[in-house]
Design a protein around this ligand. Structure first.
Ligand code: SAM
Ligand code: DTB
Ligand code: SF4
Length: 344
């Protein structure tokens, strides 16, 4: 393991473990080598550092709750190798065009009544067309009127579209990097890494919060995970929300037989994300149905503090709400109330 000390900026609070010093302040100048050193820490040291950083900014027993709805499903022209919604793969999902406003409002009301504080609209688009954007803007207004935070993930945005979404009251835009720049070409060919960064900068310029993360278990190496987190943590501003997905290997997709990721490596990745982006919410996202309660508890201890709640993600299953409530109760976790967390 490298013995390089990881020094943070002008932070008054620091934690030193052997050769590694971590601080509480957000910084954007991490080097690849520093990220690698964090990944290679003894597990207990890494978890302790992550928990220490977590407690500088968050109540460690609060978890932010988001619910997803796929407002337009399937028949997507893109070729993302993990995705059941690409038109190129036979995955047996039920495609549908944009849902009616009433159906979206009702789903959002149910999510709110079940305890969610944020409602995320997902659409299987390369990017929204003007008419579609108008219809989605109406959905955002309706969800907002229910007192929920709003998030949307609609693919790439063209000039002016981020502003239109912000005007409708959109709080967050989700657009993942998904993989490191090095590994990305093995996963997607129809949009480039720079296309993604361009959409993220449009979202920022329009004044919205950014939700941006990636997927583990697609066959990437530890180095690729280091590079992905480095990319996220050196963006001009850290994403306020960082979804860490475990690949759901959907039959019919090119990644149906991908290698997956070991649970301890997943928890390590969460812990490093927590240390690198101390004020961000780190979300346990796709793949939780495969996690034991013990692994989820470990991830919360490593600094994860957000989940997708409700029995469906976009097309794939998510844990039963009853199971999540039981888990929260066993772990003494509480729902984070809206706008209470720092950075959100
Ligand atoms: N079409 C839009 C786009 O790609 O930006 C929005 C929806 S897309 C389904 C949102 C994210 O879901 C992807 O970026 C990816 O991180 C995640 N995702 C999709 N399929 C997945 C799978 N099988 N396992 C894990 N995550 C997945
Ligand atoms: C994110 O990072 N994960 C969510 C959300 N953002 C849109 C989506 C997960 C999708 C899992 C596969 C499916 O449900 O189709
Ligand atoms: Fe389409 Fe998004 Fe799926 Fe890629 S991830 S195929 S863009 S829905």
């Amino acid at each position: 393991m490298s013995t390089e000390a990881i020094e943070l900026g002008p932070s008054p609070a620091r934690l030193t473990l052997g050769h590694v010093t971590v601080g509480a302040c957000a910084r954007h100048d991490w080097t690849i080598e520093q990220v690698r050193v964090l990944f290679e820490l003894p597990f207990n040291d890494l978890l302790y550092a992550a928990q220490w950083v977590h407690r500088q900014h968050f109540d460690p027993n609060e978890v932010q709750i988001s619910t997803l709805l796929s407002v337009k499903t399937g028949a997507c022209p893109e070729d993302c190798a993990y995705c059941p919604q690409s038109i190129r793969y036979e995955t047996g999902i039920e495609s549908h065009e944009l849902l009616a406003l009433d159906a979206v409002t009702e789903a959002a009301r149910n999510a709110r009544d079940a305890g969610a504080t944020r409602f995320c609209l997902g659409a299987a688009y390369r990017g929204p067309k003007p008419k579609q954007l108008e219809q989605i803007a109406a959905m955002i207004r309706a969800v907002k009127a229910l007192g929920l935070e709003t998030c949307a993930t609609l693919g790439m945005l063209k000039d002016g579209q981020a502003e239109a979404l912000a005007d409708a009251g959109l709080d967050y835009y989700n657009h993942n990097l998904d993989a490191s720049r090095e590994f990305y070409p093995q996963i997607i060919s129809t949009r480039s890494y720079d296309d993604r960064l361009d959409t993220l900068s449009k979202v920022r310029a329009a004044g919205m919060k950014v939700c941006c993360g990636g997927i583990l278990g697609m066959g990437e190496t530890r180095d690729n995970r280091v590079e992905l987190l480095h990319e996220l943590a050196t963006l001009p501003a850290h994403p306020e929300s960082v979804p860490v997905n475990q690949l759901i290997p959907v039959p019919g997709t090119p990644l149906e037989g991908a290698g997956g990721v070991d649970g301890l490596e997943f928890a390590r990745t969460v812990a490093v994300a927590r240390i690198l982006m101390p004020r961000s919410h780190v979300r346990l996202s796709a793949g939780r149905t495969e996690f034991s309660d013990a692994l989820q508890a470990l991830c919360f201890a490593a600094g994860a503090n957000s989940i997708f709640y409700g029995e469906k993600l976009l097309t794939a299953d998510n844990p039963d709400s009853d199971a999540d409530q039981a888990l929260f109760s066993r772990l003494g976790l509480r729902r984070e109330e809206r706008d209470r967390g720092p950075g959100v």
